[in-house]
Design a binder for this molecule. Structure first.
Ligand code: OGA
Ligand code: NI
Length: 391
């Protein structure tokens, strides 16, 4: 086993200064209008359009002929379905975030992961560190992640949807050059010995949510006027990851963040939060809005790749997670990220359709992911971002 990511990784009690945010980044008291929230959309019209009930979909129906689905939805004139596509487009433009209900993922699968997840994080630190993330092993447990070079008040457990993640072995430090080695390295999922049923619960959950992610990928594409299945080929050998975010109770909840403000760098994120709440989204007017926990719903957000694909029509919106003085919190994002060979650039069909010049030069996803990964372990100055490729 390799060197631990941050071998010394001091805890809160040992080094509080590593967690405290500069005053301008600290969470402020909630938004002025507590009623504001992201749009909530039911996916039932989609399942009706393809002639399936949302109840039938479970982890066993993960492989699908998306071309077949695309043909069905392309010819569907149902107002409820057309309305759903339009609402998704509006939500992506105005918020970059929306919640989905009637999404077809059995809630028992989520509850199972939540249960084993909480049990896992209660294990002694040394036990969790046995499957700790290292420079070589990108998946597993970590309690010293940096977001924008500040320590997050959280512990995480990451696993890849395909069982492993492949990345270029090395990348050059110049972001614009986008130069990377042809040689790649695979890191495999690391599973803890305890609690019992942990791996199975995680894998079943991810399979079901991956299916939902493919549906959302298609619907978001349609909302841009593109065919449902235009982008699915980029995800056949995806680098998608699931994560358990565990935010312990925090004595100084007004000075630290569970996850500091950031945008997700992949295509789409599907997040389940528990009933504690803490996710905040930056609205277009700059106000931070709390996303209310909704039992059985998932929060979906557009990542930086969709911002580039859509040539800025949709934007990856900043968000963050607050911590709670009295309660621990668990959230489970699945990050939908393409094949490392994907060269991300504005979709040509959209540039033609909107008569727009591209806002970005192409960048390679494997390069981006590997560079970002290096930055998660040690502060590297400014993190790689899509604006490094802006034209
Ligand atoms: C993330 C994230 C928010 C949350 O993990 O990228 O934004 O509510 N999490 O945990
Ligand atoms: Ni995020």
């Amino acid at each position: 086993m390799g060197q631990l990511a941050n071998p010394e990784s001091p805890t809160w009690a040992e080094a509080p200064e590593a967690f405290i945010l500069p005053p301008e980044h600290r969470p402020k008291a909630g938004p002025k209008s507590a009623d504001d929230d992201i749009p909530v959309l039911s996916l039932a019209p989609f399942f009706d359009a393809i002639g399936e009930s949302d109840k039938e979909n479970d982890a066993t129906s993960t492989s699908k002929d998306w071309g077949d689905v695309a043909a069905k939805v392309a010819s569907c004139e149902e107002p409820a379905f057309r309305g759903l596509v339009a609402d998704i487009g509006k939500a992506c433009e105005e918020w970059g975030f929306f919640a989905v209900t009637e999404h077809g993922v059995p809630i028992a699968l989520l509850e199972n992961v939540q249960a084993v997840g909480r049990e896992f994080f209660r294990l002694p630190r040394e036990e969790k560190k046995r499957i700790g993330r290292t420079f070589e092993m990108h998946l597993g447990y970590n309690d010293s992640e940096l977001t924008k070079n500040t320590r997050d008040w959280k512990e995480i457990f990451d696993w890849a949807v395909r069982g492993f993640m492949e990345m270029p072995e090395s990348v050059e430090s110049d972001y614009r050059s986008c130069k990377y080695s042809e040689a790649t390295v695979k890191s495999y999922n690391q599973w803890p010995a305890k609690p019992e049923g942990f791996r199975e619960a995680c894998e079943l959950y991810t399979a079901a949510v991956e299916h939902l992610g493919s549906i959302l990928l298609g619907l978001v594409s349609m909302s841009l006027g593109l065919p449902f299945n235009l982008l699915h080929h980029c995800f056949e050998e995806n680098t998608s990851r699931s994560r358990l975010n565990y935010y312990p109770q925090c004595p100084l909840s007004d000075k630290v963040c569970g996850v500091n403000r950031h945008v997700d760098s992949g295509a789409l994120t599907v997040l389940a939060q528990d009933d504690v709440g803490g996710l905040q989204v930056k609205r277009r007017d700059g106000e931070w809005i709390s996303v209310k926990p909704r039992a059985g719903a998932f929060v979906v957000n557009v990542g930086a790749i969709f911002q580039v694909w859509s040539n800025d029509k949709y934007r990856a919106i900043e968000h963050r997670a607050m911590v709670n003085e009295n309660k621990e919190r668990l959230s489970i994002p699945v990050f939908f990220d393409p094949d490392i060979k994907t060269n991300v650039a504005p979709v040509p069909e959209l540039l033609d359709q909107d008569h727009q010049p591209p806002h970005y030069q192409p960048y390679n996803w494997g390069f981006f992911r590997k560079t970002r990964n290096n930055g998660n372990f040690k502060p590297l100055g400014e993190n790689i971002q899509i604006y490094h490729y802006a034209l």
